[in-house]
Design a protein around this ligand. Structure first.
Ligand code: ATP
Ligand code: MG
Length: 567
């Protein structure tokens, strides 16, 4: 492409409203333009990279045996009513009516639609397994659209849905998709990590997310150092330590603690470590009433785990302070397990503390020297807390360290959740109707552009891996308006690289070298060839990789350039 025919809209100014570097650079390099909150258009240069990523995704999905199709963004409400999700989905789903007053939504995902097509066109076990995918625009009315295309309202997703006669076959395809995702993320040149995940409102059992590691990531990942365990902290399990609780050695003592309400205040006031305190949270119980959740003072509640506990109401709802006062007779800051008037469950770690400090269920008072089984009942235990840095890995190998990640993809085993709800069946070899098992597999194609930039940039701009650069190489002729030799060499090299199938840009705008180089660096072209009179006199081009400190001289031939690109 000649840059005279491919206008760039680059800018030196860092946009004030862009918080993360990928968003800043995508705006400065003229990749995207905002149309409205969470809505972005892709300018020609940006679309080149977006298309290259989509192509990698498509090639690997096809190679893995999935079949591409295309479904509409606008989806009839009836399908969502069938699955039961019309009422379950929150305001993230944009709903509207057509001129006949029929309800529709802008698809945030396509499980319902694909199940509908599947039940129309797939009748026999002979047609299974099948994996149907599309690369298509999704709409989610995100509460806080931010970071540009990283969390937008409309975005391009690759979503795949597989159907199987047995759970074993679903598991096989899940692993097949996992392999395909590893190939995709590797080809993007990104540092990534598959991690165990919570399946959220999509439902189902087994699921993993593929994260691009980056400090600006919105997700926190628990990764074992010296082990292989990795999970989104939301989903990371914790286990009992395996060492028995120390024996009780103290008497219970009531202490006046006026105004000391937080665990930190109490621990300091009573001169005990935070881990020597047990705190009690009170939430709504499943089937009505309240239930207490005991946690160690230094641990945080994992709301997802708590909401999944059979005795806890889902969604998790904290008891209001007035309700707590009515039942416990005190303020929230003074709750404890001794004489607790509601049922109680304890996190594994909280149940392991001996001689602990806790609220006395009386305003301005705490207890010290409390022991489970002596001063209050032995609690029912469960995994209820957030994993913490420094914890042993739940699989017993290594120690947990936290990383930040950007979720680029997510794979799920859904089981029969949707096929059952939507009455999907196929006939097996005996002619019996069977509800097929289903998997689903998403990749945020637009988000990946931003995620790769988060990992690959410097003070001058983006640094693309070759595979997804809008152009792999840029030719910068110096003074071509004055030198016929420079012009001829640049044109010749441009023709040869095009003929060799290389995505090449020729900066024929006649700009000064400094401004040409600044543009090439900002938009992130990995290879740069500078052609000037001086070096040509020595039969040389100047070559520089975007990551290299200094330029080097190579022979002034297309073959020498191609050799560099192949290196
Ligand atoms: P998140 O937790 O980031 O909101 P999600 O779990 O809701 O994402 P999925 O339903 O798993 O997302 O969607 C598949 C993929 O689509 C995600 O892995 C992510 O890469 C991408 N994605 C989801 N929401 C957005 C968004 N608002 N903007 C851009 N990409 C998104
Ligand atoms: Mg997800």
């Amino acid at each position: 492409m000649r840059l005279t025919q491919f206008p760039l809209s680059t800018s030196k100014e860092t946009p004030a409203d862009a918080q993360v570097v990928s968003h800043q650079l995508m705006l400065r390099a003229g990749y995207i333009r905002q149309l409205g909150s969470g809505l972005y258009s892709w300018l020609p240069i940006g679309l080149r990279t977006l298309t290259k990523i989509a192509t990698i995704v498509r090639e690997e999905m096809n190679r893995a045996g999935a079949l591409e199709m295309l479904m509409p963004s606008v989806q009839p409400a009836e399908l969502w009513q069938e699955s039961g999700r019309w009422d379950q989905m929150g305001p993230e789903m944009l709903r509207f009516k057509d001129r006949h007053q029929n309800d529709f939504c802008l698809g945030p995902t396509h499980e319902e639609v694909v199940c509908h097509h599947f039940r129309q066109d797939f009748r026999s076990y002979r047609q299974l397994p099948v994996n149907l995918y599309q690369i298509q625009a999704k709409f989610r009315d995100e509460r806080r659209p931010r970071f540009g295309v990283m969390r937008s309202r409309e975005f391009l997703m690759k979503d795949a849905y597989s159907f199987h006669m047995t759970a074993e076959d679903l598991h096989r395809e899940y692993l097949n998709m996992r392999e395909a995702y590893i190939r995709i993320f590797t080809r993007l040149g990104a540092e990534f990590r598959p991690v165990k995940a919570d399946s959220g409102n999509i439902g189902g059992a087994l699921s993993e997310e593929f994260h691009i590691l980056a400090g600006s990531g919105e997700d926190l990942l628990a990764v074992a150092q010296g082990g292989s365990y990795a999970a989104n902290v939301e989903a990371a399990e914790t286990r009992p330590s395996g060492t028995p609780r120390a024996a009780a050695s103290k008497r219970v003592e009531k202490v006046s603690t006026p105004g000391q309400k937080t665990c930190e205040q109490v621990a300091k006031f009573m001169d005990v470590p935070l881990s020597g305190k047990v705190k009690l949270l009170v939430v709504k119980a499943a089937g009505g009433g309240l239930i207490g959740i005991a946690l160690r003072g230094d641990h945080q509640l994992n709301e997802i785990k708590a909401a999944k506990h059979p005795k806890v109401a889902s969604p998790l709802t904290m008891a209001a302070p007035e309700e707590v006062r009515k039942v416990f007779g005190c303020e929230v800051g003074y709750l404890g397990p001794v004489g607790c008037p509601v049922p109680l469950i304890a996190d594994f770690a909280a149940a392991e503390v001996a001689d602990f400090v806790c609220g006395a269920n009386e305003d301005d008072h705490h207890l010290r020297g409390v022991n489970w089984g002596r001063d209050c009942a032995e609690p029912e235990t469960a995994d209820l807390r957030m994993i913490a840095e420094g914890d042993p890995s739940p699989d017993g190998v290594g120690t947990i360290k936290f990383y930040r990640g950007i979720e680029g993809g997510h794979i799920f085993q859904l089981g029969t959740k949707y096929t059952q709800a939507m009455g999907v069946t196929v006939l097996d070899a005996e002619g019996k109707a069977v509800t097929p098992e289903m998997g689903c597999y998403g990749i945020g194609v637009t988000r990946l552009v931003a995620a790769v930039i988060e990992q690959n940039h410097d003070a001058s701009g983006i640094i693309w891996p070759d595979a997804i650069a809008p152009f792999r190489v840029i030719i910068c002729p110096i003074g071509s308006d004055k030198s016929a030799a420079v012009k001829e060499a640049a044109e010749g090299l441009y023709r040869d690289l095009l003929a060799a199938g290389i995505d090449v840009a020729l900066d024929d705008r006649g700009n000064r070298p400094g401004s040409m180089f600044a543009d090439a660096e900002l938009i992130g072209i990995p290879h740069r060839i500078v052609i000037g009179d001086k070096s040509l006199a020595n039969a040389q081009f100047e070559y520089k990789h975007r990551r290299a400190e200094k330029a080097e001289m190579i022979a002034a031939s297309s073959a020498a350039v191609l050799e560099r690109l192949a290196a």
